[in-house]
Design a protein around this ligand. Structure first.
Ligand code: NZQ
Ligand code: ZN
Length: 392
């Protein structure tokens, strides 16, 4: 077991109607001049934004607005937010939306709290020393950014998608009303469920350390999400299932399922981020399209772990070698992805990268880490090229 730090400063306010408390929560955090940040039109259309505005007005909280964040959020919008925030003297950022809006808010927070180009943090040229506080009203269970320390941004120049992690950016509060996810298209619900599973699976497939309790929590979380993803496929209006999935999203990426390990593999995420950077696909769907190819490429490096996954998570029973069990477990997870109408290949994802693009993505992926990618079987550029080929 490895030593660990578990830091979850985010106050979670969960359940029906809790968005009414947003104004009070902002005041509690000392926000006086707020940047209300949101995405396309879903939050306006559902009436959520007007309820949030009312809640801010009721508490006498002053705010300016910046909408228009797109999925795979762009650096140009962040620059716009930093400029607006400086001009308006913003001291708190309220993100109303999903991972893209929250990540855009975190990046604006870094930019407002420091001089110079914010992209430098994502290129690891320097480390942030401050971040304007961020609060969240969550509208989709997926990325887990509502409790995570990371944020992922796409720079349009060169279509480079990069993450930056720093404890400073963990949201001060997260308002989570599962009802707010009822308006999600089925594709986004399913894509979100894959991302939640993957945040736990990336941590589950580690190289060093480990704890019985962490494994048990991870396995329960994975089974709960799979069960409720199927419920939502058949009955998108089920509040209980929405709630299970929303809570799982937060716990999947707040560090809980990584306690006592080396932090996990994360190669599937890195491989996917290149895809959504270049082809602008939904992150969760991109993960479903590459995971099986990654797993088949690496499982022999730790067949016992994959066999445990097959048995404990996917319910694969019967005798067999670790490798046989592992293969059945991988196939079972791909069958689950298919059951919720997620792609299990790049062609099903609707992406057909050329050889040149595959090499470009593999090289960018390797450079982004500055060395081998993943820990189960550390991957070089040629390995990543092979995985993209397998995923075609
Ligand atoms: O822009 P609007 O109109 O709101 O539409 C959004 C968007 O098109 C829509 N949507 C969100 N809530 C809705 C809704 N539509 C109807 N009803 C609602 N209640 O859903 C679409 C996707 O939204 P987005 O915020 O992009 O989804 P998600 O939460 O999956 O975030 C994805 C982004 O997060 C990053 C991903 O790479 C991607 O850029 N990630 C962030 C992480 C983090 N910060 O810790 C970790 C993850 O691994 C991930 O990389
Ligand atoms: Zn993810």
């Amino acid at each position: 077991m490895k030593n660990f730090v578990f830091n979850t400063p985010t106050k979670v306010v969960f359940g029906r109607g809790v968005e009414e408390e947003t104004g009070r929560l902002v005041r509690e955090c000392g926000g006086h001049r707020v940047l209300l940040h949101y995405g396309g039109c879903s939050a306006e259309r559902s009436g959520l934004l007007s309820r949030v505005r009312d809640s801010l007005h009721r508490e006498g909280v002053d705010f300016v607005e910046l909408g228009g964040v797109v999925p795979n959020p762009r650096l140009s919008k962040i620059h716009e937010g930093i400029e607006l925030g400086r001009k308006e003297g913003v001291d708190f950022i309220l993100a109303v939306g999903g991972g893209s809006v929250i990540d855009s808010a975190k990046a604006i927070g870094y930019g407002l709290a420091s001089e110079g180009e914010v992209w430098d943090f994502f290129e690891k040229k320097r480390k942030a020393s401050a971040c304007v506080p961020v609060g969240v009203v969550l509208t989709i269970a997926a990325a887990g950014s509502e409790m995570s320390s990371s944020c992922v941004i796409t720079r349009e120049e060169g279509w480079i998608k990069r993450g930056y992690s720093n404890e400073l950016s963990r949201p001060k509060f997260a308002v989570m009303n599962p009802e707010l996810t009822l308006t999600l298209p089925a594709w986004q619900t399913a894509s979100g469920c894959v991302d939640i599973l993957m945040h736990t699976m990336e941590r589950y497939f580690y190289h060093e350390g480990g704890m019985e309790l962490t494994d048990g929590i991870a396995e329960a979380l994975l089974k709960t999400v799979m069960k409720n993803a199927l419920v939502l496929r058949d009955d998108p209006s089920c509040y209980e299932a929405r709630a299970e999935v929303m809570w799982a999203a937060a716990l999947s990426h707040n560090g809980l399922t990584g306690c006592g390990t080396d932090g996990g593999d994360w190669a599937s995420h890195k491989i996917e981020h290149e895809l959504s950077g270049l082809f602008d696909v939904s992150h969760g769907a991109g993960l479903a399209a590459v995971w099986g190819s990654w797993a088949r490429y690496v499982y022999k490096a730790d067949a016992a772990r994959f066999a445990r996954f097959a048995h404990k998570v996917m319910g694969v029973s019967g005798a067999g070698t670790h490798e046989e069990m592992a293969e059945k477990g991988i196939e079972a997870m791909e069958n689950f992805f298919r059951a919720i109408h997620m792609p299990t290949s790049l062609s099903e994802l609707g992406v057909a990268p050329t050889e040149e693009q595959i090499r470009e993505m593999a090289e960018k992926c390797w450079r982004g880490i500055g060395g081998p990618v993943g820990v189960v079987r550390p991957l070089g550029v040629e390995d990543i090229v092979n995985i993209y080929h397998l995923a075609r």
